[in-house]
Design a protein around this ligand. Structure first.
Ligand code: GCW
Length: 706
C-alpha cells in the first residue's frame, strides 16, 4: 500500500471514529479503531513505526498488510511496510526462520513474539506462523497489553482447527440463523466476493486453519468438475491465510455423478472412481484438506447399504487420498431407530468394535455429547474409549438447540466443560482435551471442528454475541487451556469496548449466559425437550414423531413417580460405557452433580437433592430463577450502554427482550407440563404461571406450523 492510500485510509478511520458511524458488526473483532487515550497511543506509536518484511509470499504480504491496516487504524499514524530494516529501530520485524534454535519447538504454525530491545520481532518457522504472530501482536495492541519486554511463544495444541459449514449449494444453511450462505456458488468461480477474504482474515486471527465448505448432508454437486473449480476459487482466497478447504461428500456420488450401479466401498470400480475423483481434486486444488463424511446417519447413504461398515467406507476414501496430503473425517453421529434402545449408546455400539480398524489417514469425528448438541450433555462416551483412533471433537457454534440467533449464549463454557471432562482413559487427567489433542494415546494427527454460525447477515452471525462463539472456538482449538472468561474479555475488548469496568461486566455476563439458558430450558440434566424439527422453543409434551427418539417423552420419561432417564444398571446402562471413575461420579443419584442428574437417573418427584430441595421444588426453582436471570442479563447489559456502540447496544437489548419473553415460555411450558405428573404446587416464593398449559402450547405450537 502506498503512503497516500495509507493516509487516506487513516483519514477514513478517524472520520468514522469521530463521527460515531453506527457499528454494523461487519469488522468483527478486527476493528482497529483509533486508541482514544493519547498517552497510551504514543507508547504503541513508538514501537510500531514500520513493518519490515523480507520475502514475497502471499502469506507474508497478508501479514504485513494486516499489521499496516491494523496499526495505522489503532495508532493514527502511517505504518509503512519496508524490506530490510537496515538497522532501523522502533518497528516490527517479520522473520521466517526455520533454522533458529529458538524456533525449533514451534512446529509449522507456532510463533514467537519478542522485544529485541530495538524492534519487536515476529518469528516462526513458516510464513503462516508469522501471520498468526502478526494477529497475536494486533491482539496485544487491541487489548492494550504492553509491548515493551514482550515475550510470547505459542504453539497450537490441535492440528486441524476447522469450521464445518452446513451450507447447501442453493445458498441455504442447514441450522443457520444468520442469513443465507456466504458462499455464492452460482457466481463462482468468476465472481469472488471480497467477503471471502474478510472471512479468511477472521479465521486466521484466531488460528482456524481450514473449512469444510458444504453441509454434511452433502450434495453430490460439489464433487463435479464444474463445482471443483468454484471450490478452487474459494481455496485461492483462503490459502494465503493458512486455511485449506475440505468437502463433505455424498456417499452415493459414484452412482449419482459417476453413473456406476453401486457405491459399495469394496467394489473395484467404486474405488477407482474415488481415486480418480480425488486425483482430479488435487489437480484443481493442490492443498485440498480432505473429506468429511456423514454416512448411514439420518437417512444419508453409506457403506452399510452394501453390508459394509464405517471402517470399510472410511478406509476406501483414505486409499483414494494415498499420495496426497489429505485426511478423512468420518462422523460418528449415527443412531438407528430403536424404541427399546437408548440413543445414548448408538454410536458406541457401531464404533467401539472398529477401534484399530481405521487407516492412518482416518479420524473419527465425534460430537461433544452422545445425543445432539443439547444445552448440556455429558461428554461423549467414545472419548477415551477408542485409543487406536484419533478423534476429532465436533462442537456446534450455530445455536440449533440454544435459541438460534435470538438468545445470547456464549459457548466457551460449554466447550470447556467437555474439554475439561476427565475420561480416565489412561488414569486421572485423561481429559477430553488430551484425548483430542492426541497426547493421551500418542496420535500423530488431531482435530477440532466447529459447526459454523456464519451467514450472509452483515454482522456474520445474526446475534452480535454469536461472534464471540466463532472467536472462542478458534482460540480454544488453538489452546484448550485458555479460560472461557478470559477469552470473553479478550473478545469484548476487541469488539465492544476497552473500558475496563465495562469489559468486566460484559465478560462476566457472557460467562453466565449458557448456565442461564440451561436453567430456563433444560435444567438438572433434562434434554431433547425442544420443538420438533425446528428445535426451537419448548415441546416437552411431544410424544409422537417419525421416530421414537425424536420425541421428548423418550428422553424425559416423566411419570407419576418421577422424572429422568435411568441410564444406570437398572435402566439402559449407558453409564457402563464410561470408565469406572466416571461411573462412580455419575452413578449415584445422591452424589451426582445436579446438572447431570436427569441424564442418568429417574428421580422421584419428592426426593430431596443435594441442594436441600425436592426434585420438583428444585426443578421449579431452576426454571424460575433461570428466567429471572435474563432480567439480570438485561440489567448488566444496560449498565454498559455508554461504553458500547449505540446501534449494536440497541440490537442486543432488543434480542434480550425476545429472550426474556421466550424464557417465560420455556418456564411456563415446562413447569405446567411436568406438574401434570408431579401433582405438586409451584413452590413459594414463585407465583404460578398466569396462563394454562393449553395457552403456552398454542403459543409454541405456532412454530411447528409450516
Ligand atoms: O442435530 C442434527 C441436526 C441436523 C444435522 C445433524 C448432523 C446436518 O438437526 O440438521 O444435519 O444433526 O449433525 O448431522
Amino acid at each position: 500500500m502506498s503512503l497516500r492510500t495509507c493516509l487516506l485510509l487513516l483519514c477514513l478511520f478517524v472520520c468514522a471514529a469521530t463521527r460515531g458511524v453506527a457499528d454494523d458488526g461487519y469488522r468483527l473483532w478486527l476493528k482497529y479503531d483509533l486508541i482514544g487515550d493519547a498517552g497510551q497511543r504514543k507508547q504503541y506509536q513508538q514501537a510500531a513505526q514500520f513493518v519490515s518484511v523480507s520475502g514475497q509470499s502471499a502469506t507474508l504480504k497478508a501479514a504485513a498488510d494486516e499489521l499496516q491496516t491494523g496499526l495505522s487504524g489503532l495508532l493514527g499514524q502511517p505504518v509503512p511496510v519496508i524490506g530490510d530494516a537496515k538497522g532501523r529501530k522502533g518497528g516490527i520485524i517479520l522473520r521466517v526462520d526455520a533454522q533458529a534454535p529458538d524456533n525449533a519447538g514451534l512446529g509449522e504454525e507456532g510463533y514467537r513474539l519478542y522485544d529485541d530491545k530495538n524492534n519487536l520481532v515476529i518469528t516462526g518457522r513458516r510464513d503462516v506462523a508469522v501471520l498468526y504472530g502478526a494477529f497475536a501482536l494486533l491482539r496485544q495492541v487491541q487489548t492494550r497489553q504492553l509491548l515493551e519486554g514482550l515475550k510470547i511463544s505459542s504453539v497450537p495444541k490441535i492440528q486441524r482447527r476447522l469450521l464445518n459449514h452446513w451450507d447447501n449449494p442453493n445458498g441455504t444453511v442447514e441450522r443457520g440463523y444468520a442469513g443465507s450462505s456466504i458462499w455464492k456458488w452460482y457466481e463462482l468461480p468468476e465472481v469472488v466476493d471480497p467477503r471471502y477474504r474478510d472471512y479468511a482474515r477472521a479465521n486466521a486471527s484466531v488460528g482456524i486453519n481450514g473449512a469444510v465448505l458444504n453441509n454434511v448432508n452433502a450434495s453430490p454437486r460439489l464433487l463435479t468438475t464444474e463445482y471443483l473449480h468454484k471450490v478452487a476459487a474459494v481455496a485461492g482466497v483462503l490459502r494465503p491465510y493458512g486455511q485449506r478447504v475440505y468437502l463433505s461428500v455424498f456417499w452415493a456420488a459414484p452412482k449419482v455423478i459417476g453413473g456406476l450401479p453401486t457405491a459399495d466401498p469394496l467394489d473395484p470400480q467404486v474405488r477407482q472412481w474415488w481415486k480418480a475423483k480425488t486425483d482430479e481434486i488435487y489437480q484443481i486444488i493442490p492443498d485440498f484438506g480432505g473429506f468429511l463424511v456423514k454416512a448411514n446417519s439420518e437417512g444419508e447413504p453409506g457403506p452399510q447399504d452394501y453390508g459394509r461398515n464405517h471402517a470399510d467406507g472410511a478406509n476406501m476414501l483414505a486409499a483414494a487420498l494415498e499420495g496426497h496430503d489429505g485426511l478423512v473425517m468420518w462422523r460418528a453421529f449415527v443412531y438407528k431407530a430403536d424404541p427399546k434402545g437408548d440413543r445414548f449408546k448408538a454410536a458406541s455400539a457401531e464404533f467401539l468394535p472398529l477401534d484399530g480398524k481405521f487407516a492412518p489417514k482416518v479420524l473419527v469425528q465425534v460430537k461433544n455429547g452422545p445425543i445432539d448438541f443439547q444445552a448440556r450433555e455429558p461428554f461423549h462416551p467414545l472419548f477415551g474409549a477408542m485409543p487406536r483412533t484419533p478423534l476429532v471433537l465436533e462442537v456446534q457454534l450455530t445455536q440449533e438447540y440454544l435459541g438460534f440467533a435470538t438468545h445470547a449464549v456464549y459457548l466457551a463454557p460449554l466447550i470447556k466443560e467437555c474439554l475439561d471432562s476427565d475420561t480416565y482413559a489412561q488414569g486421572k487427567g485423561s481429559t477430553v482435551a488430551r484425548v483430542v489433542d492426541g497426547s493421551v494415546d500418542q496420535h500423530a494427527v488431531s482435530g477440532m471442528a466447529g459447526v459454523a454460525n456464519i451467514g450472509a447477515d452483515r454482522n456474520w452471525t445474526g446475534h452480535p454475541i454469536g461472534q464471540a462463539n466463532w472467536y472462542a472456538f478458534g482460540r480454544l482449538a488453538w489452546d484448550h487451556t485458555l479460560g472461557s472468561e478470559a477469552i470473553a474479555a479478550e473478545w469484548t475488548r476487541q469488539t465492544l469496548t476497552t473500558d475496563p469496568p465495562a469489559v468486566q461486566t460484559i465478560a462476566g455476563l457472557l460467562q453466565q449466559t449458557r448456565r442461564i439458558y440451561v436453567r430456563y430450558t433444560a435444567p438438572l440434566g433434562l434434554h431433547h425437550i425442544m420443538g420438533e424439527g425446528i428445535h426451537y422453543g419448548p415441546q416437552p409434551w411431544l410424544e409422537r414423531s417419525a421416530r421414537p427418539d425424536w420425541t421428548a417423552i423418550y428422553y424425559h420419561r416423566a411419570d407419576s413417580v418421577g422424572l429422568g432417564f435411568d441410564r444406570t444398571a437398572t435402566g439402559s446402562n449407558a453409564l457402563a460405557l464410561y470408565k469406572p471413575e466416571v461411573q462412580q461420579l455419575w452413578g449415584n443419584a445422591q452424589t451426582i452433580a445436579p446438572d447431570y442428574l436427569l441424564w442418568f437417573h429417574h428421580v422421584p418427584w419428592r426426593q430431596r437433592l443435594r441442594t436441600g430441595r425436592t426434585l420438583w421444588d428444585e426443578l421449579c426453582t431452576r426454571y424460575y430463577t433461570g428466567a429471572d436471570s435474563v432480567l439480570w442479563l438485561q440489567r448488566q447489559w444496560a449498565q454498559v450502554q455508554p461504553k458500547v456502540d449505540p446501534a449494536l447496544h440497541a440490537d442486543v437489548t432488543a434480542r434480550l427482550q425476545t429472550q426474556y419473553k421466550e424464557a417465560l415460555w420455556w418456564r411456563d411450558a415446562c413447569v405446567l407440563y411436568f406438574q401434570t405428573y408431579a401433582r405438586r404446587p409451584i413452590p413459594a416464593p414463585f407465583a404460578p404461571p398466569q396462563r394454562t398449559l393449553a395457552d403456552v402450547k398454542r403459543l409454541v405450537d405456532i412454530y411447528q406450523l409450516r
